[in-house]
Design a protein around this ligand. Structure first.
Ligand code: SF4
Ligand SMILES: [Zn+2]
Length: 129
């Protein structure tokens, strides 16, 4: 099964179920972002086939995870340390867009939300997918 169809399968469970699964450690790290605030609009794009290449997604998530304008929320799920990354706490013209951009699980940075989608650009033009 492709990564996108696995993603669609999980996304179809709905946010409440996903949050419950994440809390019990039952949600694979690759899918934890589906339960995060701001995921919905990007789930729709991924499911519509707008998927970035793995290289572009990895490069974008890496830039966002070290960007001085990132905004992080920290939590633990199923014994794992989780960081949910956003482009700033909110939209600010020419600086941040407020979108979900990466998830770090036990120190490993993964693309999430905006960085998984093709045709997206960093507000400060540090990357494009
Ligand atoms: S999208 Fe650009 S400005 Fe926003 S957090 Fe990522 S690298 Fe920084
Ligand atoms: Zn955005």
């Amino acid at each position: 099964m492709s990564a996108v169809s696995r993603l669609s399968q999980f996304a179809a469970l709905g946010k409440d179920t996903l949050i419950g699964m994440a809390g019990r450690g039952e949600l694979d790290a690759r899918f934890i972002w589906l339960a995060a605030k701001g995921a919905t609009r990007y789930v729709g794009k991924v499911m519509a086939g707008q998927v970035a290449s793995e290289d572009d997604a990895t490069n974008a998530a890496s830039a966002c995870s070290s960007c001085p304008d990132r905004h992080e929320r920290h939590t633990t799920q199923g014994g794992k340390a989780i960081t949910i990354g956003y482009c700033g706490p909110k939209e600010e013209a020419g600086k941040t867009c407020g979108c979900l951009t990466f998830v770090t699980v036990n120190g490993l940075v993964r693309p999430a939300g905006k960085t998984l989608v093709s045709g997206e650009t960093c507000t400060q033009e540090k990357w494009r997918t």
